[in-house]
Design a protein around this ligand. Structure first.
Ligand code: ATP
Ligand code: MG
Length: 586
């Protein structure tokens, strides 16, 4: 909280989707948000209709809906009409295969057009879409598809051979495999050629009139704190995707929107597919992985106006400094947002220097299906805060009383669990096959998020840490985020992760794992200097006792630091589910 607020300049509140926050919160109802959408006759609601087909009756029909940039820079464009036709073909194909309402269709694909066509075509057909991250190996694939009872899998022949063939006998429910990009003699005899089947399908399909409460999406959580859970979402979620895309990302139909998340994670579906399309925007999809120069080039060439990314990527950009950015014309870029992990205040302040505007942090989870707390366009940003609850969202910091009751804490600044009042449309309806775990998330009319937070006197929410990651030291509750952010302020530190290690006197003490900026070498003197900086900044009770230098930190494939793994290794405990682990730092 030591950084000055960032004043708002150069923004026309009249053009903003959310400018009078108090009024919007007062006037908002989810019923009004629902009325922004079409719906289907008889009270039916289908995400794919809202995302694509409803635009066909408007001039947006011929507008660019999806621009796909391949790794080799070739571009493939889809207007809303073309997307409607391709997804209708896929829905017809599913019907031909005998796929019924509520059957599960999985994808195991990189970011390529087939993934987007399959996602929306599945929803059109009334089936359930479940995306798998393409980097998963056979075990994570079989675990998720087995649990989710996948009936259809859309993948490539290469992925099939490497990742599915070894576990196919453990997937008795998998009836149809569709191979994108052709097939050879190596493919299983029963696999179908996705492209040929699609080409042979009709371009008209009457969207299945799903009920708002019908299951639409199955998303597995990131696995940051343990074994991933399968979160069930319904068609009504689109009401939240649409309106939170407006409130939190300020999406307008004339925007060129780039969400860098992969649809293997919820962000890449809620905001990487659904919200930009329901809002009639043009969305950019890049097949390639993070590359700073490529990203700046895409922002410039595609004239991206709204950009939604994650702290990991932002920290990687920070490592390069502000100089490279100056070589690009990013004048079209008007709004930048971040999600997935806490965004260190240092990163927000840096973004103003680098881009002339701040990254707007927002908070949500796989379970919430959509953005809940955000730094919206017109608000004054307090670097390090995740912002304020959106209209329609009631958030509180709660405590558990001795008799197990959950109560909001009125006092500003107190640390407690972040809780939300259930009832928003994109709230998860179940953890697949884990009813007890689901029920445990609710108490006394609140949904308990598992994250700890503070609310300040002006209603800004501040992330403290995941309940699992919080360190208890000599009677203090220490949030890793605060310590990590302080470490990042040191000129040599690129990123860090802190954990608690057992201590006979204090209970736990803080241990930090630090990655240095390019060109900085680990040394005893540097370690002492960073320890000294942290002590000055945080005081002796909270600052790390020990610092170890690492070349990288273990993180999930969606980019989140896995503190639980650092801790398990430190304590010699079992490492647990590593299905989403991306890189290993040892
Ligand atoms: P799992 O539940 O399997 O351990 P996960 O919680 O990382 O994994 P997600 O649903 O992808 O899975 O991530 C949601 C979590 O990410 C939040 O509960 C929170 O801990 C963290 N998070 C997301 N956005 C922010 C943010 N802006 N600030 C701080 N933390 C955030
Ligand atoms: Mg979680």
């Amino acid at each position: 909280m030591s950084f000055a607020p960032i004043p708002k300049t150069g923004i026309d509140p009249g053009a903003a989707r959310l400018s009078d926050y108090g009024r919007a919160r007062q006037d908002f109802t989810w019923a009004k948000a629902r009325a922004l959408l079409d719906g289907l006759p008889g009270g039916a609601l289908n995400i794919a209709h809202e995302a694509i087909d409803r635009h066909l009756a408007t001039p947006r029909a011929e507008k660019l809906a999806l621009r796909f940039i391949a790794k080799n820079d070739s571009v493939e464009d889809f207007t809303y009409r073309q997307l409607a036709q391709q997804t209708a073909r896929f829905a017809n194909l599913l019907r031909r295969l005998g796929v019924q309402r509520a059957d599960r269709v999985f994808t195991l694909l990189g970011r390529q057009p087939a993934l987007y066509v399959a996602a929306l075509g599945t929803l059109k057909a009334g089936a359930v879409f479940s995306p798998l991250f393409s980097a998963f190996g056979p075990e994570p694939v079989v675990a998720r598809m087995g649990k989710g009872d996948g009936r259809v899998l859309v993948t490539t022949e290469a992925f099939y051979i490497r990742k599915v063939a070894p576990v196919r006998d453990r997937l008795p429910g998998l009836k149809h495999v569709l191979l994108v990009g052709g097939r050879t003699a190596k493919a299983p005899p029963d696999a179908l050629d996705f492209d040929a089947e699609l080409a042979a399908s009709a371009v008209d399909f009457e969207t299945v009139p799903t009920r708002p409460e019908d299951m639409a999406l199955l998303h597995f959580t990131s696995g940051t704190t343990g074994k991933p859970k399968g979160a069930v979402h319904v068609h009504e979620a689109v009401v939240a995707h649409n309106v939170t895309g407006q409130f939190a990302l300020d999406l307008h139909p004339d925007d060129v929107f780039w969400c860098t998340a992969d649809p293997g994670w919820v962000t890449g579906t809620s905001y990487g597919i659904i919200a930009p399309l329901t809002n009639g925007a043009t969305m950019i999809v890049d097949e390639a992985e993070f590359d700073a120069e490529r990203w700046f080039r895409i922002l410039q060439e595609q004239k991206v106006s709204v950009w939604y990314t994650a702290p990991t990527a932002i920290r990687m950009l920070m490592k390069l400094g502000v100089e490279p950015i100056k070589h690009y014309d990013l004048s079209r870029l008007r709004f930048m947002a971040s999600v997935g992990e806490p965004l260190n205040p240092e990163a927000v302040v840096w973004s103003v220097k680098a881009f002339g505007r701040p990254f707007h942090d927002n908070w949500w989870q796989t379970e919430t299906g959509g953005i809940m707390i955000a730094n919206y366009l017109t608000m004054e940003i307090r670097p390090g805060s995740m912002g304020k609850p959106l209209p329609g969202v009631e958030a509180a910091v709660v405590s558990k009383t001795a008799d197990g009751r959950v109560e909001p804490i009125a006092e500003a600044g107190a640390v407690g669990e972040l809780a939300l009042r259930p009832g928003w449309p994109s709230m998860f309806r179940a953890y697949l096959d884990e009813p007890e775990r689901y029920n445990k998330c609710f108490a006394d009319g609140w949904y308990l998020t598992g994250d700890l937070a503070q609310r300040d006197a002006d209603g800004y929410f501040w992330f403290v840490g995941r309940a699992d990651d919080v360190i208890k030291s000599a009677g203090h509750l220490i949030g890793p985020f605060e310590v990590e952010s302080a470490l990042m302020e040191h000129a040599a530190v690129a990123e860090s992760a802190v954990i608690g290690t057992p201590d006979p006197v204090a209970g736990e003490i803080v241990k930090a794992f630090v990655v240095l900026k390019a060109g900085r070498e680990p040394s005893e003197a540097l370690r002492k200097d960073i320890l000294g900086h942290a002590r000055l900044r945080l005081g002796p009770a909270v600052s790390p006792r020990e610092i170890v230098f690492h070349t990288s930190l273990p993180r999930t494939r969606s980019g989140k630091i896995m503190r639980r793994l650092l801790k398990a290794r430190e304590l010699g405990l079992p490492e647990g589910d590593l299905s989403t682990l991306e890189s290993d730092s040892r």
